[in-house]
Design a protein around this ligand. Structure first.
Ligand SMILES: [Zn+2]
Ligand SMILES: [Zn+2]
Length: 281
C-alpha cells in the first residue's frame, strides 16, 4: 500500500491540484465576491509561476520529502503512532488533525517573528484574493515549512496515507478558502463550523493589522476559536475591505521577479505582531 502511494504521489497531487484549480477558477468567475484589481493574466502568471518554482526547488533542495520520510518512519518504528498501538483509523484521523493544528501554530509564528514575517508577507502582498493566492508562498517559506513538516513527521510517525490526505486536503482547502467566491451567507455560517471558508480567511488578508492577525487556520476553523484568534467579519465588509499589505501596493510589486525579492527589501516594518501592539497602545 505504502509503496503504491509513494509511486503515485505526483500524479495524485497534480490531478487534485489542476482539477480543483479549474473548478474554483470557474466557480469564482461565475459567482465573484469582489471586483478584481489586477489583470488576471499578470496575477496568474506570477502566482502560478511561483507554484512551479516551489515544486521544482522542493524536489532538488530537500534531502527527503514528507511522504518518503513517513514511509521510512513506519519501517524504522519512529514517532508516536509507530511506537504506540492505536485502534484504526485513529492514527489516520489524529495525524491529519494534529498536522493541521501545527500548521496553525506555524502560521501564527510566521506572523510573530519578524524574520519569518519577511518570508510570509509575500503571501499577504497579493492585492487580489483568488484561487491562485492560496498557492502563493515564497520559496524560502516553503523550504522552512517543509523542514518543520519533516520534524513533525519524525515526532508523530503518521501513516503515509495520512500525509498524502493532509497534503491533498491542505492544498485543496487553501485553494477553496482563497477563492473569490460568493457563498450564500447562511451556507457560509454553517460551513465555517467545520472548515475555513473564503469569507473567514479573507479577513486574514486585510490591510488592517487587527484583522490580518486573526483567522490563521487553513483547514479546520476550531483552532482560531479555541485560542482567541477568531474574527467573524471584516469591519468594512468583504466588498469594501482593503486586501494586501501597506508596504507593497505598486503594480510592479505583483510581478514574479519582484515578489521573489520582497523578503530582502529594506522596508522591514509593516504589521507584524510588534506593529499591532504599537497601534493598540
Ligand atoms: Zn498569514
Ligand atoms: Zn492566506
Amino acid at each position: 500500500m505504502n509503496d503504491w502511494i509513494l509511486a503515485h504521489e505526483t500524479p495524485i497531487r497534480l490531478g487534485f491540484f489542476f482539477g480543483l484549480l479549474a473548478l474554483f477558477a470557474l466557480w469564482e468567475a461565475l459567482a465573484p465576491r469582489r471586483e478584481r484589481r489586477l489583470p488576471r493574466l499578470l496575477h496568474w502568471y506570477s502566482n502560478l509561476g511561483i507554484v512551479f518554482l516551489n515544486s521544482f526547488l522542493g524536489r532538488i533542495l530537500m534531502p527527503i520529502l514528507p511522504m518518503a520520510l513517513a514511509a521510512l518512519a513506519v519501517e524504522q518504528g519512529w514517532g508516536l503512532f509507530n511506537l504506540l498501538v492505536f485502534p484504526e483509523p485513529l492514527p489516520l484521523i489524529l495525524s491529519v488533525v494534529l498536522l493541521d493544528f501545527f500548521i496553525y501554530l506555524q502560521h501564527v509564528m510566521v506572523h510573530a517573528l519578524p524574520l519569518l514575517w519577511r518570508l510570509h508577507r509575500m503571501h499577504h502582498s497579493d492585492l487580489d484574493y483568488d484561487v491562485t493566492t492560496g498557492a502563493r508562498f515564497h520559496p524560502l517559506e516553503i523550504l522552512v515549512s517543509l523542514w518543520i513538516k519533516l520534524a513533525l513527521i519524525l515526532v508523530l510517525g503518521p501513516p503515509v496515507l495520512a500525509v498524502l490526505v493532509f497534503e491533498v486536503v491542505l492544498n485543496g482547502m487553501a485553494m477553496f478558502n482563497h477563492s473569490n467566491l460568493k457563498l450564500p451567507l447562511g451556507l457560509d455560517r454553517w460551513l465555517r463550523l467545520l472548515v475555513v471558508t473564503p469569507d473567514m480567511h479573507r479577513v486574514h488578508h486585510s490591510t488592517n493589522p487587527r484583522e490580518a492577525n486573526r483567522n490563521f487556520g487553513f483547514n479546520l476553523p476550531w483552532w482560531d476559536r479555541l485560542f482567541g484568534t477568531y474574527k467573524d467579519q471584516p469591519a468594512f465588509g468583504h466588498e469594501a475591505m482593503e486586501i494586501g499589505i501597506d508596504l507593497f501596493r505598486e503594480p510592479r510589486d505583483q510581478h514574479l521577479h519582484q515578489m521573489l525579492i520582497q523578503p530582502f527589501r529594506p522596508e522591514a516594518r509593516t504589521y507584524g505582531f510588534n506593529d499591532l501592539s504599537e497601534k493598540e497602545r
